[in-house]
Design a protein around this ligand. Sequence first.
Ligand SMILES: Nc1ncnc2c1ncn2[C@@H]1O[C@H](COP(=O)(O)OP(=O)(O)O)[C@@H](O)[C@H]1O
Ligand SMILES: [Mg+2]
Length: 245
Amino acid sequence: MGYVIAVSGKGGTGKTLVSSLLIRHFSKKSPVLAIDADPDSNLPEVLGVEVEKTIGDIRERITADGVSEFEGKIQEIIVEEPDFDLFVMGRPEQEGCYCVVNNILRVAIDTFSQNYDMTIIDCEAGLEHLSRRTTRNVDVMIVVTDATKKGILTAKRVKEIADELHIEFKKIHVIVNRIRPELKGEMEIALSEEGLDVIGFLPYDPIVAEYDLKGTPVFELPEDTPVGMAFEDIVSKIEEDLKSL
Ligand SMILES: Nc1ncnc2c1ncn2[C@@H]1O[C@H](COP(=O)(O)OP(=O)(O)O)[C@@H](O)[C@H]1O
Ligand SMILES: [Mg+2]
């Protein structure tokens, strides 16, 4: 059985950045399934992958044909890249209920992830994914936050809701992104007061910002940039974690 890592947090904190760096790291070693579970999807762009169809696009057909037909349909929309496979949840065509899409996501996490050594999920911002139980079989939950009260609150709520719903992540860690060095200590204290463990800090990185502006995939980010170097440290801790599961 492979491992599942989910990346969550408040909007705009760096979930997609962290997800793409995790995908890059682990896909160098063994088969990775990347799932973009954010309806406001942009993981494909950050990975430099073109996606034609999402679960949102085929949702109508899935409900019409029933769930037994579902596996083949997912297979249809998985994009196979040399280093990893990707599928994108997208958003349903109509406004309203995301239940079907989320049910599909849950089944995908429970079944498809077994075919890969590692599954990495770029979650929807906020906490919906928890209350809808789309992340129940997650080994490591990474919450990305900025150095703000709101970000800390989201991280705290992820933990609380998981406890309330009896969702067990084997590990839950916080990454503080775009941190000013002088605030590290304070953030660490604030998070530990909430029972949250900081696995690492990522600095603001002008090269990430430049890539953003040009639309260059983050996947191509050199490893010796500020974010690249800080991430190496974080991912080695995550690997230690996985070994201990
Ligand atoms: N450490 C960083 N340094 C510079 N830019 C960053 C950093 N982290 C994130 N960004 C940029 O901030 C924006 C939001 O990050 P993103 O990963 O898309 O957040 P989320 O997925 O949580 O909404 C993106 O344009 C991203 O490239
Ligand atoms: Mg995102």
